[in-house]
Ligand binder design. Structure first.
Ligand code: ADP
Length: 401
């Protein structure tokens, strides 16, 4: 008898909404786990769509598109946090798991809601207030002292949607430029000495792991480099950051990666800047520097597998972002990079090179932080078309170890 395959039974499918580099790197992790991944990509040529075997091209802002996509999946997760909670509630109402769920995700989508929740929880944050117009913004500045920071509550990224205002006069210009298009959160200007990132992962079974705390270096609102563990961070300070992140993950019921961006003051104290509930740029070092990457642990959490060891494999890991520069054919520079440094790890995202766009990253691990940093910077510079020979003594331990 010629039996027809039973098409009503299909394998367990993880759906990822958004086809950027985070999805691409999650996809890479899914291969080793043997997971079936379906991607809802913005266009056929985005980073993850180039490599995924099961890609649907569609608009994540469209209710029906997301719902139709989700119905072919058992669990949904994300490459970005821009899918509306309304759509996600409709998905969850059909019995499809959404991880992280909309009630958690809203805190990564809306800075006003996040600040309110943190005030209720007693999480250290900059003094802040939602303001309706320029007068309220000025009044806030006069109260807390100038300069102040103003932020669009939604839709900001890489420093877009964040403004530093030095004097009251700038409040009018800010609101005039908004054309009524955004809600504004005013914050005291935190005179921080550096930015830290505490990344944790939490599973539906309530298991959680915390990665070592990273220092993230930002230039013009874009993360350019991370150093893990953050140099000079005391054990107590590191534990404070990790406990904060674990507590937020638990109380907000986050599933998957939670990245907590922190600002550290000269006295060592920290305040929370913002959250991300997906693999985060400050966790890219984990791909090549930790026992289990943030991408794999995110997927493990999404399918409720035991989480892997977040520990560093070497004393230090430096990740340097490759931002679009003068090199268009990035792989053509690999000959130099790899010939010079056998332990250099490079991840390229398959994205068209455009000025300052994140197109890849490199990771170097080792024992001597200064040397590790130099090696990472040299490789990233090379991939950006910047000659940094002046900064490097060419000494690498990559080939010798
Ligand atoms: P984005 O959504 O673009 O990541 P963030 O809220 O992280 O926006 O802010 C971008 C940058 O602005 C931060 O990395 C930090 O350097 C600076 N910043 C944000 N909030 C404050 C603040 N209250 N005081 C001082 N600097 C701030």
């Amino acid at each position: 008898m010629n039996e027809e395959p039973d098409t009503s039974v299909r394998p367990f499918v993880v759906g990822i909404i958004g086809g950027g580099q985070l999805c691409r790197m999650m996809y890479a992790a899914s291969i080793g786990l043997g997971l079936r991944v379906r991607i809802l990509a913005e266009s056929p040529d985005v980073s993850a769509a180039q490599v995924g075997s099961d890609v649907v091209v569609g608009d994540y802002t469209d209710h029906d598109t997301v719902l139709t996509f989700a119905r072919q999946c058992d669990v949904i997760t994300f490459d970005h946090e821009h899918v509306s909670t309304e759509i996600l509630r409709a998905v969850a109402a059909e019995g499809i798991e959404v991880r992280p769920g909309p009630d958690a995700l809203i805190h990564a989508q809306d800075k006003g809601i996040m600040r309110q929740r943190f005030a209720d929880m007693g999480i250290p944050c900059p003094v802040n207030r939602l303001v309706a117009d320029a007068d309220e913004l000025k009044a806030f500045g006069d109260e807390v002292g100038w300069p102040i920071i103003a932020k669009a509550t939604r839709g900001g990224y890489d420093g877009k949607g964040v403004w530093k205002l030095d004097r009251p006069g700038e409040a009018d210009a800010l609101f005039a430029g908004l054309h009524g298009g955004a809600d504004i959160l005013a914050e005291e200007f935190v005179d921080f000495t550096r930015e830290l990132s505490a990344i944790v992962v939490r599973s539906p079974s309530n298991q959680a792991v915390a990665y070592p705390v990273s220092e993230s270096v930002q230039k013009e609102g874009i993360c350019t480099e991370t150093v893990t563990p953050a140099e000079g961070l005391t054990d107590d300070q590191a534990i404070t950051c990790q406990e904060l992140a674990l507590r937020i993950a638990r109380e907000l019921d986050v599933v998957g990666v939670l990245a907590v961006e922190l600002m550290q003051r000269a006295d060592g104290s920290v305040v929370v800047n913002e959250l991300a509930m997906r693999p985060h740029n400050t966790g890219h070092w984990t791909m090549d520097g930790a026992y289990t990457s943030q991408f794999e642990n995110h997927l493990r959490a999404v399918v409720d597998l035991p989480l892997g060891d977040p520990g560093l494999r070497d004393p230090y890991a430096v990740m340097t972002n490759v931002l679009g520069g003068t090199v268009e054919d990035l792989p053509s520079e690999l000959l130099h990079c790899f010939a010079r440094d056998r332990r250099l790890r490079v991840q390229l995202y398959g994205k068209q090179v455009r000025s300052h766009r994140k197109v890849g990253h490199v990771t170097v691990t080792g024992q001597d932080l200064a040397q590790v940093r130099r090696r990472a910077r040299h490789a990233a510079s090379r991939l950006m078309g910047i000659d940094d020979e002046a900064e490097t003594d060419g000494d690498t331990d990559g080939g010798r170890r």
